[in-house]
Ligand binder design. Structure first.
Ligand code: THU
Length: 235
């Protein structure tokens, strides 16, 4: 009998030192990993279930079963009810795990444009696409809206949580495109999350298919919160 806590999934929990991970199985049968991704601004923490559900939805799949033993994610009841999920604690004997890595993208603007078709924007009708360049390859993201506005994730955070949940933790640059925006720009919450996971890396904003601006993440979050007292010392 194998539980999620027996797998190699590893959360980013430097503030609580509490491991939290899970799998969401889609209707396709594929298993989508999700890990907790904490933030120095605690309310911006992404729970394991939120990461896994958005991972699944961004792939055009429908969440059907949650595999999680301990600890249970925050707002678990919301996710179980919103998607009518079964909740199991023991993993199936064999399963196929989703790997978000794309080895090669020849035309980033074209790929960003194409990805916008996968955005789930039932509330806003405002698609956003992100491509995270990692040291291993590319991980894509689109914005995912769920019934509770505050529990969906922006495209940037879908790309980052997908990558981190699959063990890709070394990043180079985040590309973003929002075809309906006058000027493409990451929201304040995404800036804070980018600053947590890739503070000295860059963000490339594709304003139109022919206009690009490149910024250091730290320059997009001047005077951001910092405190040596918040991180637990044994990490
Ligand atoms: N959105 C993003 O995906 N990234 C941003 O940086 C800004 C906002 C999404 C979230 C929501 O689905 C829609 O755009 C409207 O806010």
């Amino acid at each position: 009998m194998k539980h999620v806590t027996d797998t190699s999934l590893k959360s980013y929990s430097p503030y609580s030192n509490t491991e939290e991970s899970c799998y969401i199985q889609g209707k396709s049968g594929i298993m989508y990993p999700g890990v907790r991704i904490e933030n120095i601004s605690f309310p911006l923490t992404i729970s394991a279930v939120q990461a896994a559900v958005c991972n699944c939805l961004a792939n055009g799949d429908v969440p059907s079963t949650l595999y999680q033993d301990k600890p249970e994610s925050e707002l678990l009841d919301y996710w179980l009810k919103a998607f009518g999920l079964d909740h199991k604690t023991v993993l199936p004997g064999r399963f196929e795990t989703f790997d978000p890595l794309v080895r090669d993208i020849s035309d980033i603007p074209e790929k960003l444009d194409e990805l916008c078709n996968n955005a789930l924007t039932s509330h806003s009708g405002f698609p956003v696409a992100a491509i995270l360049e990692t040291e291993n390859g590319y991980v894509t993201g689109v914005n995912v809206e769920v019934s509770a506005w505050s529990l969906g994730l922006c495209a940037e955070r879908v790309a980052l949580s997908r990558a981190y949940s699959s063990g890709y933790k070394r990043y180079i640059s985040m590309h973003i495109y929002a075809p309906k925006s006058e000027f493409c720009s990451p929201c304040g919450a995404c800036r804070q999350v980018l600053n947590e996971l890739m503070p000295d890396k860059t963000v490339e904003l594709h304003h139109t298919k022919i206009s690009l601006s490149k910024h250091f993440v730290q320059h997009l979050l001047p005077y951001g919160i910092t405190s040596g007292t918040l991180k637990k010392k044994n990490k």
